[in-house]
Structure formats: structure tokens, C-alpha cells
Design a protein around this ligand. Structure first.
Ligand code: GH3
Ligand code: MG
Ligand code: MG
Length: 392
């Protein structure tokens, strides 16, 4: 309304000035001409020239005013045209960029469904769903694709970023339409709409290859390649961790030291490859015979360490005896269709009875294992209580 009033008022003023000037001119010039030229013929000629002069003057004024206005209009139109061109170019560039993202760009509501308002074409490649399937949760909500156990953590991280007016970076598992699982990395930020509501805008990229590589590297760093059990370094870390926990909650914890009996003979008789096959088979047997909270590691050669959290002396001895019997009862495959009977000797040490630190506990269990060897092998031996004094 305001915008319309200004041109109207300006036009009104221009018309008023024109009318006043016109009337004044007619009144003044006619009176003057009558006074100065009393001869009717001359007066009539003067009146004609006066009319020409008036038309010429108003025509000139009109010409200048129109020229100014039209020049201004033309400049404005050119500016608008250039702006539209630039906008279109930017939109095209953005579209190309979004369509070629190794993932998708999105805009969504900040609600528990992650209700999508916009997703780029990469959505189909990333999730298996077409963009219109996800927009407004038509077929599935984006939240339903996320791993459930990650959702609390994700919401917490997004809320913290919004509180600090920062962008957020997230990593989580996603289930695609065909049921396959991928890992994604997301970066986004909260944007306030004109009506005050907050929406999230960002990109989601597939990082499954990187995750697989990371997991492989972690496996390589923590696992023994032959048996798949924890390696010595990882086992030492687990032992320290469990000892910490046992100390904090004042709970017992046991360490079993396992060594194969006369294993060298298996290698000498059947070859190194057959020995490897036996190592793998007994590893699987041991792993399948302990609880999920227990940890087994290969400490080197054919020596294995088993950490049994929350186990006292008696329970640990029973477990060791059960493992010994299981191995002795089942001949081990040599990988060539043949089998060989094999036995193990096990040393048992318990926290806090036989040691309070990882090295003293291991030393006590190792010593007990040698005791089992001395007693004729295929046997379980407890660490002596007085070992603790020597070990420390
Ligand atoms: P003992 O009853 O006294 O323990 O007799 P042993 O023959 O088992 O003696 P020891 O424990 O000292 O010998 C370990 C043998 O394990 C020596 C080596 O040939 C074999 N060994 C160690 N690592 C591997 C491996 O990765 N693969 C195979 N096949 N054999 C191994
Ligand atoms: Mg041995
Ligand atoms: Mg040995």
C-alpha cells in the first residue's frame, strides 16, 4: 500500500504543478499580451506564438521526464535479468554438485522421525529409497533406517551442537531398503526458519569402505592371524582392564595358563601345517567352551591365556578341569582328514589370592602350568599361595 501511494502522490504533485503553471501562464501572459499589444491583429499573432511556446515548453518537459524514467526502467530491467541469470547459474551449479555427491544432501525437520523436507537424487544410491519415498515419511522415515542403538547418542550430539550454534558430525550405521547395512558420515547444522522453527541441513556420505578398512586394521592390531584369538598385546590390555574392574568392585578374577603337551611331536610327526590346524581347532574348542565375558588370547607358540572375570579359586579350577577334559576327549583334526589325540596342561592363578598385578598373576599361573607338566601333563595345577610373596 505504502509503495503505491508514493508514485500516486508524486504524479499528483506533478499534475498540480503543471495545472498551476498552466493557469498562471494563461492568466499572466494573456493580460500582459493585451496590455503590450493593443492592436487586435498583432495580439492574435502573439496569442498564436504564445500557444506554440507553451506546447513546445511542456513538450520538452514531458520529453525530459519520460526519457529519465524510461532510462531508469531499462537499467532496472537489465539488472533484474542479470540477477535472474546469475541465480539460475548458481542453481544449476548447486544441482550438479548435489547430484554428484557420493551421498545425499538433505533438509529435514528436527523431530524424532528426521522428517525429510528435501533430499537430493543421491538418496536412491545411498539408501535404496527414492527421494519422494523419504520426504514427509511417505514410505519410511529416515530415523527408521538408523541403527536403533545409535539414536540416543545421535540426538544428544545434535542437541549439543544446536545449543552451541555449531555444526555436527555424526557416524552411524544405516539399513538400506534391501536390508543391507552401510556406515555413513553426516555433517549438518541447524537453520532457523522464518517462522522460528529449526530445521537441519547437511550431507550424508557412505563411509562403509573406510569403516571396513578401519575394522580390518583394528583386527590386525588386536588379533592373532592364525587362530583369530586376541594377540598378546590385546590380551595384556584386557587383563589390565579386568584387573582394574576386579579391584574397583573387590571381586575375584582368574587367569588360566594353557600349554599343549608334547606339541613339538605333532609338528615333527605330521608337519607344521598339521600343527597349525591343531592350533586352530583347539582355539575354537576353547573359545566355544567359555562364557561370553571371558577372554582368550594366544600369548605365543602353543601357549594360551584365559581371563575369567568374577571367578574365585574353586570355580576357576572347575573351569580349567572342564577345558582339560574337553580337549583330551576329542582328537584334533590335522587338516588332511586324519586326527591326533592331544592334551593340555593348565596353570590356575586367582586375583587377589595369588597376585595383585598382571605380571604377578601371569607369573603365578605360568609357574602353576609348569607344575602341571611336572605332575605328568594333561593336568590342572593351582598356583601356591606363597607364590604371591615370591612374585611380588
Ligand atoms: P611340553 O609338553 O613340554 O610343552 O612339550 P612341547 O613339545 O609342547 O614343548 P614346547 O611347549 O616347548 O614347544 C612348543 C612347540 O610348539 C615348539 C614349536 O614347534 C611349536 N609351535 C610354536 N608355534 C607354532 C605355530 O605357530 N605353529 C606350529 N605348527 N607349531 C608351533
Ligand atoms: Mg607345549
Ligand atoms: Mg610351550
Amino acid at each position: 500500500m505504502n509503495d503505491n501511494r508514493t508514485p500516486l502522490r508524486r504524479a499528483g504533485w506533478a499534475a498540480l504543478v503543471y495545472l498551476i503553471a498552466g493557469f498562471a501562464w494563461i492568466a499572466f501572459s494573456d493580460t500582459a499580451a493585451e496590455a503590450w499589444f493593443p492592436d487586435p491583429q498583432t495580439f492574435s499573432l502573439v496569442q498564436t506564438w504564445k500557444g506554440f511556446l507553451f506546447v513546445l515548453t511542456t513538450g520538452l518537459v514531458l520529453f525530459v521526464a519520460l526519457l529519465r524514467q524510461l532510462t531508469k526502467d531499462r537499467a532496472l530491467l537489465t539488472l533484474q535479468h542479470n540477477q535472474r541469470q546469475a541465480l539460475r547459474k548458481r542453481e544449476r551449479q548447486l544441482q550438479v554438485l548435489m547430484d554428484n555427491l557420493p551421498g545425499m544432501a538433505y533438509r529435514c525437520r528436527y523431530d524424532r522421525h528426521w522428517t525429510m523436507l528435501f533430499v537430493s537424487q543421491g538418496c536412491a544410491r545411498l539408501t535404496g529409497y527414492e527421494p519422494e519415498d523419504l520426504i514427509n515419511n511417505r514410505v519410511a522415515s529416515y530415523a527408521s533406517l538408523m541403527d536403533e542403538e545409535d539414536s540416543e547418542r545421535i540426538l544428544g550430539e545434535v542437541q549439543a551442537a544446536l545449543d552451541n550454534d555449531e555444526s555436527f558430525s555424526l557416524e552411524y550405521g544405516l539399513t538400506r531398503q534391501d536390508g543391507s547395512r552401510i556406515w555413513v558420515w553426516e555433517r549438518g547444522r541447524g537453520v532457523e526458519e522464518e517462522d522460528g522453527t529449526v530445521v537441519l541441513e547437511g550431507i550424508v556420505l557412505d563411509i562403509s569402505d573406510r569403516k571396513t578398512l578401519e575394522n580390518e586394521l583394528e583386527e590386525m592390531a588386536t588379533r592373532d592371524p592364525l587362530t583369530g584369538l586376541f594377540n598378546r598385546r590385546e590380551m595384556s590390555r584386557v587383563l589390565e582392564e579386568e584387573l582394574d574392574r576386579a579391584r574397583r568392585y573387590q571381586r575375584p578374577m582368574a587367569v588360566l595358563w594353557v600349554d599343549f603337551d608334547h606339541f613339538k611331536d605333532v609338528n615333527d610327526t605330521f608337519g607344521h601345517a598339521a600343527g597349525d590346524s591343531v592350533l586352530r581347532s583347539i582355539s575354537r574348542l576353547l573359545l566355544g567352551s567359555v562364557r561370553s565375558v571371558d577372554a582368550i588370547g594366544r600369548f605365543g607358540g602353543e601357549e594360551f591365556v584365559i581371563v575369567l572375570p568374577e571367578m574365585d579359586l574353586e570355580e576357576a579350577q572347575d573351569t580349567a578341569e572342564r577345558l582339560r577334559r574337553k580337549v583330551a576327549e576329542k582328537p584334533q583334526p590335522l587338516g588332511n582328514g586324519q586326527e591326533v589325540p592331544l592334551t593340555i596342561s593348565v596353570g590356575v592363578a586367582v586375583y587377589p589370592d595369588h597376585g595383585q598385578t598382571a605380571p604377578t598373576l601371569c607369573a603365578a599361573a605360568d609357574k602353576a602350568m609348569y607344575l602341571a607338566k611336572q605332575r605328568g601333563r594333561n593336568c590342572v595345577a593351582m598356583a601356591h599361595l606363597h607364590d604371591q610373596v615370591h612374585n611380588q
